[in-house]
Design a protein around this ligand. Structure first.
Ligand code: PEP
Length: 251
């Protein structure tokens, strides 16, 4: 399967700067054998789309969506609204949302199912805290997060799903999870997917996120069971993100 690298700008770059990032990234030499997406703030989707023009790389992604398509949900953005911008993927349940906004596994499950139904590929983010890892509960926590999140998500069709394993303690800390630990957790996650989806589970991307940068990306990409990366801080500079993409798939 082709590797998948997703940039996550988090709450950075409004419409004015978003266009510049897209144009600069489009000038980068990019490996053909790689799927690339960029998750931009809602308010920057139109500018990013306009700067992309007819280009399809990178695919536009959103950082969240709601679980209903319309109605009395003040402030929320629906999956079908996102498709109007040509968004192809949507992060769901990023740990920063779980921690800051109290998103639960059940909310993540509803959002993931709604995103998929609208034709967006849900990128379901899971990961244990440092305390959970210390207590030896990491695998149990992550398996349970995945199980709940995929309850109503299909394993085939035009928009299947991605699981992003992002240990909370590795996000934005410069302290990444070792490739061996990531491999072990990806195996746990694959096991959960196999139980639900059977052989289709082999086609589902399980990507790693947490302090991925130009120096360590190649090691993750050559680790068995790691099908890509979700990149936060190191994606904010388009040239640096270009370097990451090139390092991910050496020529
Ligand atoms: C993220 O935002 O999902 C992430 C992994 O951030 P960082 O790469 O900065 O750790």
């Amino acid at each position: 399967m082709k590797k998948l690298i997703i940039a996550n700008w988090k709450m950075n770059y409004g419409p004015i700067r978003a266009g510049g990032w897209i144009r600069a990234f489009r000038r980068e030499r990019l490996p053909k054998d790689l799927d690339i997406a960029v998750a931009v703030p809602f308010v920057s989707l139109a500018a990013a789309r306009a700067s992309l023009g007819r280009a399809s790389i990178p695919t536009l992604a959103a950082q969240d969506c709601f679980w209903a398509n319309e109605g009395a949900f003040t402030g929320e953005i629906s999956p079908t609204m996102l498709t109007e911008f040509g968004v192809g993927l949507c992060l769901i349940g990023h740990s920063e949302r779980r921690a800051n906004l109290g998103e639960t596994d059940e909310m993540v499950a509803r959002k993931a199912a709604a995103a998929q139904k609208a034709g967006l590929m849900p990128v379901i983010c899971v990961g244990e805290t440092a305390a959970q890892r210390k207590r030896g509960e990491a695998a149990k926590v992550v398996r349970s997060q995945v199980q709940t999140a995929i309850a109503e998500v299909k394993g085939d069709g035009k928009a299947p799903l991605v699981i992003a394993y992002e240990p909370v303690w590795a996000i934005g800390t410069g302290r990444p999870c070792s490739p061996l630990d990531a491999k072990e957790m990806h195996e746990q996650i694959r096991g959960v997917l196999r139980k639900k989806y059977g052989h289709l589970a082999e086609e589902i991307h399980i990507i790693y996120g947490g302090s991925v940068d130009t120096r360590n990306v190649a090691e993750y990409m050559t680790t068995t069971g790691v099908d890509g990366a979700l990149v936060g801080g190191a994606s904010l500079d388009p040239r640096n993100f270009g370097l990451i993409c090139r390092a991910a798939v050496p020529a």
